[in-house]
Design a binder for this molecule. Structure first.
Ligand code: NAG
Length: 185
């Protein structure tokens, strides 16, 4: 009992340390980060994700910077039963580029690195059905991610304790129409 308590306490301290270590893109500019992104890869220690990752497909997220630093996001997520669209708000917490997304159970989201014009790396600390997990997403402006972006992504996720076998490169899909992607349906 005592050892369980200690190990969970250590786990908590570890997570807090890791979170504190994750930096945000300096001078994050929400306007430049706006527009369409493809979610080309994800890596996570969430058991639900690990159980179904081979069934996931490349999704899109259309970001719109709002007054004050919040972002609105329209997502189009292809699946076996067609395309699912979803709206979410990235609520700014603290500095620019640092958010939470209650609609997705994301407690802490940081745009860790981006060059705005080709890629972005997002660190996410999330809660699903009471279980906490860490995720890193790779955003790309095009469906074909650049080798440089992939390298930056693969260099980053081990820093937050994620491993190569938890990573999945999402296959392209045409299940979502242009209207689904742009939210004009
Ligand atoms: C972001 O959105 C939340 C919830 O709608 C709101 O309470 C908050 O004031 C907004 N933040 C800014 C900086 O506008």
């Amino acid at each position: 009992m005592k050892s369980i308590l200690i190990s969970s306490l250590l786990g908590f301290i570890y997570v807090s340390l890791v979170q504190a270590d994750v930096l945000v893109q300096p001078d994050f500019d929400a306007k430049q980060f706006s527009g369409l992104w493809y979610v080309v890869s994800m890596v996570s220690d969430c058991k639900v994700f690990l159980g179904k990752k081979e069934h996931l497909l490349m999704s899109t997220i259309l970001i719109n910077a709002m007054e004050g630093g919040n972002l609105s996001a329209h997502m189009a997520i292809p699946g076996t039963e067609g395309c699912k669209t979803m709206e979410a708000e990235y609520l700014k917490i603290g500095s620019e580029g640092h958010f939470k997304v209650p609609a997705s159970g994301y407690l802490d989201v940081r745009v860790e690195e981006t060059d705005y014009k080709s890629y972005g790396i997002l660190y996410i600390y999330k809660e699903l059905e009471g279980v906490l997990s860490t995720m890193v997403q790779l955003f790309s402006r095009t469906q074909n991610v650049s080798p440089k972006a992939l390298r930056a992504f693969q260099d980053f996720y081990p820093v937050v304790g994620l491993e190569d076998d938890m990573m999945y490169l999402l296959p392209k899909s045409d299940a979502c129409s242009q209207e689904d992607i742009e939210g004009k349906a």
